[in-house]
Design a protein around this ligand. Structure first.
Ligand code: ADP
Ligand code: MG
Length: 895
C-alpha cells in the first residue's frame, strides 16, 4: 500500500485518503500557490495503526523517501546542525474537527540545530523562541503532559523579568526557559526530550494517530455524526516562520464575510507570531486591512490568492497564511463554515457573480439551515440567567408563565397570556395543553419522547429531559435547585439550545417565516429596514422559487384542524397528505366515544352517540375542505385503539377500590371498569386498531365517510372544488380493503344521488405493515392510491414499539454505534426503505400509474426526502411547519 503522498500528488477530491487539510494543501500546490513543500500520510496508515496498535513498518521507509525529496528540493536537512529543515506535523481528518486533534510545530530543533537556526536566521531570539515552543508543544501533545506545567513556568519567567509579552523575554531568558521545559519533560516522563529529529517526527506522527481516539474526539464525532472508523491523515509540512521579527507574521482570513456573506477583506493577523497565537487571543490582533500599509506586496498577493481560491472552489474559503520576512506562504484553506443566513446569502451572491448556477446554489444550503432561520430566536445580547439545561427537542424561543396542566394552559390562552407547559413527561392527554401553550418543558424523556415528537410536529418550542426540574403538579410548584416557581411565574426556554432561563428574555421574530407564510413584500416589511435581513429574505425567496421550479415531488402537509390546514396552505403545501381524524375525537367529544363504546351494539344509545359524532365530524370537514379548495385532502379513517379514548385501567381500578372501601356509590365507574377491562389489550399497537377496528365496530367508519362525503357534496353544489380522498389505515390484506371499499362506494353513491352531484373520490390505503408492502400488487386492485406510513412501517418492520424503545435503549444503541441515527428520524434505507421500495414496485406492477405518497415524520427529513424522490413518489407529507424544508429538500434532490 502507498501510505504517503507528496503535496504535488494529491487533489481536493481525495479527502477520504488525505483528509481535508491534506487534500486542500495538495490542491493549492497544484494551483501553483506558495505552499511550503511537504507530504501527507494517509488515513489508511492511521486505520492500520488503530487496528494493530503500531505504525505499519513500511510507513517508516516511505516517510524517509518523501522527507529526502523535500530535503533535496530545499537543500537543507531535517534538524541539521548548521542549516536545519524544520517541519510541522499536523493532523487533518476528512471532516474538520476544530481543536480536537493535535499539531506540533518546529519539529527538528535540538540543542545543536537551534544554534544553526540562530546563525542562518541571524536571530538567536527567534531560534530559541521556536525551540522552547517545540519542547512545550511536544510535551503537551505528544507526551501528554499537563500544559500548565509549561505555561506556569513561562508566566513565572515573565513575572521575574517584569515583562508582559512572551516576545519581550530576552534570548537568555528563552534559553533558560527551554532548559526548564526540558527538565519538566525529563522529570515527568523519566526520559530526556528526544534530540534525534527523526525520532521527534515519528513520535509526532504516532501522537496524531492516537489523538483520533481521545475522549473529546469521540464525543465530538458522536455529536457531529462523524463515523469513528475514518481515522485521520497526518501532514508533514516545511516550517515557515511568522516569528522572525517584525517583517514576519501570521494570520487567518475569509474570502468573504462568513456571517453576512458580503465580499471584502475579512481576517486578522499578528506580526512576529506563530501558529495559534492569532486565535489564542494572547495578543490583540490587527484587522487584515492594516496589512496593506505594513506589507503592501504580501497584502496584494494575498488578495489575489483569495480571489483565485474563491474562483477555483466556487465558494467562500477560509485561509491560514504566514509571512516569513516579507514572503507570503499559504498553510491551509478550505470551504469555510458559515451561519445559516450566510449560506443563503453567499449562495445567491455566487449566482449573481456567475460563479455557480442556480442548481448549484441549491446544493449550498440545507433544509436544516432553513429551519434555523424560521424559528424566532432569543436576543443573545439580552441579559439572562440560565437555570437549567435539557435537550434541544424542538427549536424556537418561548417565554411565558409556568403552567402545570391543560386547564391552566387553556385558561392562560383564553386570557391571551403566554404559557410554558411544564410536565414531568407528556402523553396524548396533554395535547390540549400543548396546543394552548407557547412552549413545552419536561423533566424526562429524550429527543424522541412524546413531548418532543409532538412539539416538533406542531412547530412548538420544546425542551425535554431537563433533569434538574422537580415538578409537583398537584402543589403547582416547580423547583430548580433552591429556586421555586409557581403558576404564572415567567420562564423562557430555548428549544435550539435546550437552555431554560428565569424571567423574561427578549425574543426576535424571523422575517424569513413571515416571507414564507405571507409572501415577499410582507417578509421584507418585517425586516424593518434592516439591510442584512432584507438581503436574507431576498436570498431565501430566490432559492425557494428555484427549488419549487425544480422539484419533482409534491409537498403536502399533515393537518387535522382548520388552523393547521390554513398554515399548511400558507407554507405552500399542495394538499393535505394526512388528516388524522382521531384528533377530532379528543377533548369534549371523548365522552361521545365513551358512550358509543359503553352502549350495546345496535342499541339506540349507541346510534345516538354515533349520530352526534357524525354531526360534529361533518362540521370539521365543512371547515377544512373549503380551506383546501382545489387541493387534495387525504382523510385517514379512525386509527388508534378505542380504549385510548377511555380512562386509564389502573386509575379506574384504584378509584373503584377506594370508593368501595368507603362504601360509596360507584355504579357508573364499575360499568366503565368492566368496559375498560374488556377493551384492554396487552399490545395495543398490534391490536384492535385501524381497519380492524372499522370492521369490528359497526358504524364508525361509516359515520366518518358520510360526514366527509356529505360535506364535499354540499360544497360541490355551491360550486366549490372539494377534493377529499379516503384512506384506510393499517391494512394487511386485500380483503380488508375490499370490504371497506364496498361500504364506502355505497355511501358515496347514495350521497351522490341525494345531492345530485357527481363526485370522484379516490379510495386508498396506508402501507404501514410489512404484509401490505409485500402484497401491494393485490392491494392495488382495490386501491386508487397508497400512502406509505413510514412511522408505523418502521415500527412494524423493526419490531420496535416507538414509545417503548426510544427513551430506553435507543440512547444506548446510538452510543454503541449500533444505530447511526434513529430510524424514526431518518428512513432506514436498507430495511424499511427496501420495504417501501418493494411496496412501490409491487403496486406499480398492477397499476403502473398508481399515485404513491409518503406521510409521517420522514416527510420532513432531508435524507429521507432524497430517498423518496429516488423512488419516484408523487408526494411527501409532513407537518405544516416542515413544508418549506421539504420543498427545499425536494428541490435539492432533483437539482
Ligand atoms: P488546525 O487544524 O488546528 O488549524 P494546523 O495544522 O492548521 O491546525 O496548525 C495549527 C497552527 O500552526 C496554524 O495556525 C497553522 O497555520 C500553523 N502551522 C502549521 N504548519 C505550519 C508550518 N509548516 N509553518 C508555519 N506555521 C504552521
Ligand atoms: Mg489550521
Amino acid at each position: 500500500v502507498k501510505y504517503v503522498y507528496d503535496f504535488s500528488e494529491g487533489d481536493k477530491d481525495m479527502k477520504d485518503l488525505l483528509g481535508g487539510k491534506g487534500a486542500n494543501l495538495a490542491e493549492m500546490t497544484r494551483l501553483g500557490l506558495p505552499v511550503p513543500p511537504g507530504f501527507t500520510i494517509t488515513t489508511d496508515a492511521c486505520r492500520a495503526y488503530l487496528k494493530d496498535g503500531e505504525v505499519p513498518e513500511s510507513l517508516g521507509t516511505e516517510v524517509t523517501r518523501y522527507l529526502r525529496a523535500v530535503e533535496d528540493k530545499l537543500g537543507r536537512k531535517l534538524g541539521d546542525a548548521k542549516d536545519p529543515l524544520l517541519v510541522s506535523v499536523r493532523s487533518g481528518a476528512k471532516f474538520s474537527m476544530p481543536g480536537m486533534m493535535e499539531t506540533v510545530l518546529d519539529v527538528g530543533l535540538n540543542d545543536k540545530s537551534v544554534e544553526g537556526l540562530a546563525e542562518v536566521a541571524g536571530d538567536a531570539h527567534f531560534a530559541w523562541d521556536s525551540y522552547r515552543r517545540l519542547v512545550q508543544m511536544f510535551g503537551k501533545t505528544v507526551l501528554d503532559l499537563d500544559g500548565d506545567l509549561f505555561s506556569d513556568a513561562l508566566e513565572a519567567m515573565k513575572e521575574k523579568r517584569g515583562v508582559k509579552l512572551d516576545m519581550d523575554l530576552s534570548t537568555d531568558d528563552l534559553k533558560e526557559l527551554t532548559e526548564q521545559f526540558k527538565e519538566i519533560v525529563k522529570e515527568q516522563t523519566g526520559k530526556p526530550f528526544p534530540q534525534d529529529p527523526r525520532e521527534q517526527v515519528d513520535q509526532c506522527i504516532e501522537a496524531v494517530f492516537r489523538s483520533w481516539n481521545t475522549e473529546r474526539a469521540h464525543i465530538y464525532r458522536r455529536r457531529e455524526r462523524i463515523p469513528h472508523t475514518l481515522g485521520t491523515a497526518v501532514n508533514i509540512c516545511t516550517m515557515v516562520f511568522g516569528n522572525m521579527g517584525e517583517t514576519s507574521g501570521t494570520g487567518v482570513c475569509f474570502t468573504r464575510d462568513p456571517s453576512s456573506g458580503h465580499s471584502g477583506v475579512y481576517g486578522d493577523y499578528l506580526m512576529n507570531a506563530q501558529g495559534e497565537d492569532v486565535v489564542a487571543g494572547i495578543r490583540n490582533t490587527h484587522p487584515l486591512s492594516d496589512l496593506e500599509t505594513q506589507d503592501k506586496k504580501s497584502y496584494d498577493e494575498l488578495l489575489g490568492i483569495m480571489r483565485t481560491l474563491e474562483t477555483h472552489y466556487k465558494d467562500m474559503c477560509d485561509i491560514e497564511f504566514t509571512i516569513e520576512r516579507g514572503k507570503l506562504w499559504m498553510l491551509q484553506t478550505r470551504v469555510g463554515k458559515r451561519t445559516a443566513a450566510a449560506a443563503f446569502r453567499i449562495a445567491t451572491q455566487l449566482v449573481d457573480e456567475k460563479l455557480i448556477t442556480k442548481d448549484e446554489a441549491l446544493e449550498r444550503v440545507t433544509g436544516a439551515q432553513l429551519t434555523q432561520l424560521m424559528f424566532p430566536q432569543f436576543d443573545v445580547s439580552a441579559d439572562r440567567t440560565m437555570i437549567a439545561k435539557g435537550m434541544a427537542a424542538s427549536p424556537g424561543a418561548a417565554v411565558g408563565g409556568v403552567v402545570f396542566d391543560n386547564d391552566e394552559a387553556e385558561a392562560f390562552a383564553a386570557e391571551g397570556k403566554k404559557a410554558i407547559l411544564v410536565r414531568r413527561e407528556t402523553n396524548p392527554d396533554d395535547l390540549p395543553g400543548m396546543v394552548a401553550a407557547e412552549g413545552v418543558l419536561t423533566a424526562r424523556g429524550g429527543k424522541t419522547s412524546h413531548a418532543a415528537v409532538v412539539a416538533r410536529g406542531m412547530g412548538k418550542t420544546c425542551v425535554c429531559g431537563a433533569e434538574a426540574l422537580h415538578i409537583d403538579a398537584k402543589a403547582r410548584e416547580l423547583r430548580i435547585g433552591d429556586k421555586v416557581f409557581h403558576s404564572g411565574d415567567t420562564i423562557a426556554i430555548d428549544g435550539t439550545t435546550g437552555e431554560v432561563f428565569e424571567g423574561e428574555v427578549a425574543v426576535e421574530d424571523s422575517p424569513v417565516t413571515t416571507y414564507l407564510t405571507h409572501g415577499l413584500d410582507a417578509g421584507l416589511e418585517a425586516c424593518k429596514g434592516k439591510k442584512e435581513d432584507e438581503d436574507l429574505v431576498h436570498a431565501v425567496a430566490r432559492i425557494m422559487e428555484h427549488a419549487d421550479s425544480r422539484r419533482a415531488l409534491d409537498v403536502r402537509a399533515n393537518a387535522d384542524t382548520p388552523e393547521d390546514a390554513q398554515r399548511s396552505v400558507d407554507f405552500g403545501a399542495q394538499g393535505i397528505g394526512l388528516c388524522r381524524t382521531e384528533h377530532m375525537f379528543l377533548g369534549k367529544r371523548r365522552k361521545l366515544i365513551e358512550r358509543a363504546i359503553l352502549s350495546e351494539p345496535n342499541s339506540q344509545a349507541r346510534q345516538d352517540a354515533l349520530d352526534e359524532l357524525e354531526k360534529l365530524q361533518t362540521g370539521d370537514f365543512e371547515q377544512m375542505l373549503p380551506i383546501m379548495d382545489g387541493k387534495a385532502m387525504t382523510v385517514r379513517l379512525i386509527d388508534p385503539p378505542l380504549h385510548e379514548f377511555l380512562p386509564d385501567l389502573v386509575d379506574l381500578e384504584v378509584k373503584v377500590a377506594v370508593a368501595e372501601a368507603k362504601g360509596e356509590q360507584c355504579e357508573e365507574d364499575k360499568k366503565m371498569l368492566l368496559a375498560v377491562r374488556r377493551m384492554h389489550e396487552a399490545n395495543p399497537m398490534l391490536g384492535l386498531r385501524g381497519v380492524r377496528l372499522g370492521l369490528y365496530f359497526d358504524g364508525l367508519f361509516e359515520l366518518q365517510i358520510r360526514a366527509l362525503i356529505g360535506a364535499a357534496a354540499r360544497l360541490k353544489k355551491e360550486g366549490k372544488d372539494p377534493r377529499p380522498e379516503i384512506m384506510v389505515p393499517l391494512v394487511g390484506s386485500v380483503n380488508e380493503l375490499r370490504y371497506v371499499r364496498e361500504e364506502a362506494e355505497k355511501i358515496i353513491a347514495s350521497i351522490e344521488e341525494e345531492y345530485d352531484v357527481k363526485l370522484d373520490i379516490p379510495i386508498g390505503a396506508m402501507i404501514e405493515l410489512p404484509r401490505a408492502a409485500l402484497t401491494a400488487e393485490a392491494l392495488a386492485e382495490e386501491a386508487d392510491f397508497f400512502s406509505f406510513g413510514t412511522n408505523d412501517l418502521t415500527q412494524t418492520t423493526w419490531g420496535f414499539s416507538r414509545d417503548d424503545v426510544e427513551g430506553v435503549f435507543f440512547p444506548e444503541y446510538l452510543e454503541k454505534g449500533i444505530l447511526g441515527v434513529s430510524p424514526f428520524e431518518t428512513i432506514d434505507r436498507r430495511g424499511v426503505g427496501r420495504m417501501v421500495e418493494m411496496g412501490a414496485q409491487n403496486a406499480r406492477s398492477t397499476k403502473p400509474n398508481i399515485k404513491l405518497g409518503v406521510c409521517g415524520e420522514h416527510g420532513g427529513d432531508p435524507e429521507s426526502v432524497r430517498f423518496f424522490d429516488e423512488l419516484g413518489m408523487a408526494y411527501v407529507s409532513c407537518s405544516p411547519f416542515r413544508v418549506p424544508v421539504a420543498r427545499l429538500e425536494a428541490g435539492r434532490a432533483t437539482a
